[in-house]
Design a protein around this ligand. Sequence first.
Ligand code: F6P
Length: 321
Amino acid sequence: MKRIGILTSGGDSPGMNAALRAATRYAIYYDMEIYGIHRGFEGLIDGEFEKLDRRSVADIMQRGGTTLRTARSDRFMTPEGLERAARNLETFKINDLIIIGGNGSLTGGLMLSQKYDINVIGIPGTIDNDLGYTDSTIGFDTALNTVLDAITRVRDTSSAHERTTVIEVMGRHCGDIALYAGITGGAEYSLVPEFETDINDICQKILEGVQVGKLHSIIITAEGYPVSSSDLVKQIADKTGREVKLVVLSYVQRGGSPTYRDRMLATECGVKAVELIRDGERNKAIGEKNGEIMAFDLEEALTERREFRYDIYKAVDILSK
Ligand code: F6P
């Protein structure tokens, strides 16, 4: 009987539980055994394995976070840590490992597959949407909706006080949350790690907005934008002479019940992961291309760079003039 391991790793994202539920129940449906590994690669190294049954994943689809819990693991990046992880999989007779996580987690999985001949199937779980091979990652849609809700609230109070508000969102290397929340939230600008926007352009737009009767302005900035959010607030306030406030959304963006879109994507990815293992497919990254759930070679998928949507960046500016 085939035995699968499954873990969640790196920053949690809403929908990870839905992927875990789908993979667990499909594995059992196909007469495989499945072990949940706690705390990501940390639990893999420490041997924290738990056999799952259908009831282990009951009532979790609608919950954010991850019931397997998660961690960032420096130990896994060392030869000793990697070897301990491989030994534990050998002890439990697990040859197939499903990893739900972002870029760093899937890269860790690739290392394991290359050095120890373990079959790794990656499921993209991160709010950042920073994996180039897939159109979207599990949790991105929920995080965006959380940010949009925050923008709507901030807009009310900003108008009442005629303020400019800088809203900082997550994204250390990828500006997708800032970009897509900016265009759908009607922000003046979305500032992204991919490149720097001229501070004079931002201030000119704020002042022109005041001239045409705008009561507020909203600037969305990603945490990885080259200028820190507090400096940004100071620079805008100094240059425009207006009151500027900072709202840092931080971990609020990572929690909450997953949206329909994230539950569906997660469920389809979980099913696909188990079916790939059943069919003897090796070392794949699952992703979504033009609405279709597909499997890509793990190594090649991780080398694909995410294309920056400059057209959307421009549209944020044009639409909010
Ligand atoms: O990787 C997802 C992410 O949410 C990033 O956007 C953020 O920078 C990071 O995780 C923060 O993670 P933590 O503080 O939990 O390690």
